[in-house]
Design a protein around this ligand. Structure first.
Ligand code: HEC
Length: 109
């Protein structure tokens, strides 16, 4: 059972990377790597899988995923994000989400 779930997980992760080749997936450096939000993201979100590029998802999707991941953390006996961590993380993801990046592009041409 466990390995099945793991295989599914890698399938999903692979799909996310190969499905959006434009966005570079796994090895793309994080934007603003020194910001507090990026540090929360890099330290708390890479325990179970590689980091997804912030611009791979819209902010609405990030909010859902982060809520979902809190559940994953608890389920695996990891401490969930604190309120501060969650706020920093969501604020960071919002700034670099797909919708934010796209609207910037529209403004700049
Ligand atoms: C305790 C392990 C664990 C941690 C820690 C974790 N994740 Fe996940 N994550 C998973 C699992 C398992 C999946 C795949 C299953 C799923 O989508 O429900 C996943 C999938 C994802 C996906 C892809 C979902 C999709 O639909 O393709 C995103 C995005 C994601 N995680 C973001 C995060 C973020 C952001 C954090 C930090 C707040 C985080 N993860 C921390 C276990 C974890």
């Amino acid at each position: 059972m466990k390995s099945l779930r793991l295989a599914w997980h890698w399938l999903l992760a692979g799909g996310a990377v190969f499905g959006v080749p434009l966005f570079g997936g796994c090895n793309a450096p994080l934007p603003e790597p020194e910001s507090p939000g990026a540090k929360v993201y890099a330290s708390r979100c890479n325990t179970c899988h590689r980091l997804y590029a912030p611009r791979a998802l819209t902010y609405e999707m990030w909010k859902m995923k982060v809520a979902l991941m809190q559940g994953e953390m608890v389920r695996r006996g990891l401490p969930p994000l604190t309120r501060d961590e969650r706020e920093l993380l969501l604020e960071y993801l919002q700034r670099h989400s797909q919708d934010a990046v796209q609207s910037l592009r529209e403004v700049n041409g």
